[in-house]
Design a binder for this molecule. Sequence first.
Ligand SMILES: NC(=O)C1=CN([C@@H]2O[C@H](COP(=O)(O)OP(=O)(O)OC[C@H]3O[C@@H](n4cnc5c(N)ncnc54)[C@H](OP(=O)(O)O)[C@@H]3O)[C@@H](O)[C@H]2O)C=CC1
Ligand SMILES: O=C(O)C1=N[C@H](C(=O)O)C[C@H](O)C1
Length: 279
Amino acid sequence: MSDLQNTDQPQRPGVVVTGASGRMGQMLIRLILDSDHLRLVGALDRAGHDWIGQDIGTAMGGAPAGVTVSDDAVTAIAQAQAVIDFTSPDATVAFAELTAQARAVHVIGTTGLEQRHLDALAAAARHAPIIRAGNMSLGVNLLVGLTRKVAAALGTDWDIEVVESHHRHKVDAPSGTALMLGEAAAQGRGAALDDLRVPVRDGITGARAPGSIGFSAIRGGDVVGEHDVIFAADGERIVLRHLATDRAIFARGAIRAAVWGQDKGPGQYDMMDVLGLQG
Ligand SMILES: NC(=O)C1=CN([C@@H]2O[C@H](COP(=O)(O)OP(=O)(O)OC[C@H]3O[C@@H](n4cnc5c(N)ncnc54)[C@H](OP(=O)(O)O)[C@@H]3O)[C@@H](O)[C@H]2O)C=CC1
Ligand SMILES: O=C(O)C1=N[C@H](C(=O)O)C[C@H](O)C1
């Protein structure tokens, strides 16, 4: 059934989508408008955006959805039970403060967060649940567990490299997913990624440091997201690969997280919690 009848099922949690005109924002809104589990109550965009004041369904080129695109985050988030947020790090921190005040679930897909952003999110999570992952897909979260296991099983004579490819518009590198995979590999080796991570290689880099974890990023075209974790030893290689061909996989994960979070207390969660893959 469609959620276009926005008032007929008040028991469904109301969700606000931030960055509504973005690639992920539009995908999320399409899926939420078709969801039996969530009700779209707000669509936020940056002040001055062409879509402000328009119906979100019409702005996306479809039928009216009964929700007007707004730049008033305070008012929109105050009436929400969940906020799904795929925007930029500074915006996500600002939305986290409002979402915490509303005691709503904040589902964060935004990547490229620095320590100061993470610190602000930790503060917000003292008041309401935050569910954050660099990749919301089932496949990648399974791959994280596999990567940890393979890294734990292999010695440091197996070199680990993470290679990722994304569309030409992506602004951060390595991708959030690549960092999740690198962290899993480091955990498998009983170490912290910060201690093993190799900065971008360029020029006379010297030979590879034993036990290090390298990252390479490719940007081009419309690639949705591709990740390889390469374990390379003398005479053999293992490659664990995830290929995303449709952004719906991320949006479905985020919607599942928003519903899952409804009965959770304040704190920080990730997709491994949502999918029951911890441990
Ligand atoms: N965790 C996951 O599974 C996934 C995470 N992502 C991440 O999600 C984020 C968004 O990706 P994508 O949708 O492709 O990017 P887009 O650039 O297409 O969309 C981002 C949206 O956020 C808005 N936005 C950015 N900064 C602000 C701000 N300060 N205030 C208000 N709105 C703002 C943008 O508005 P404007 O255009 O005006 O700047 C735009 O509408 C990225 O960090 C990406 O890496 C993406 C896919 C999956
Ligand atoms: O920016 C994107 O597009 C994506 N970002 C996430 C990341 O940084 O890993 C997830 C996915 O790969 C798409």
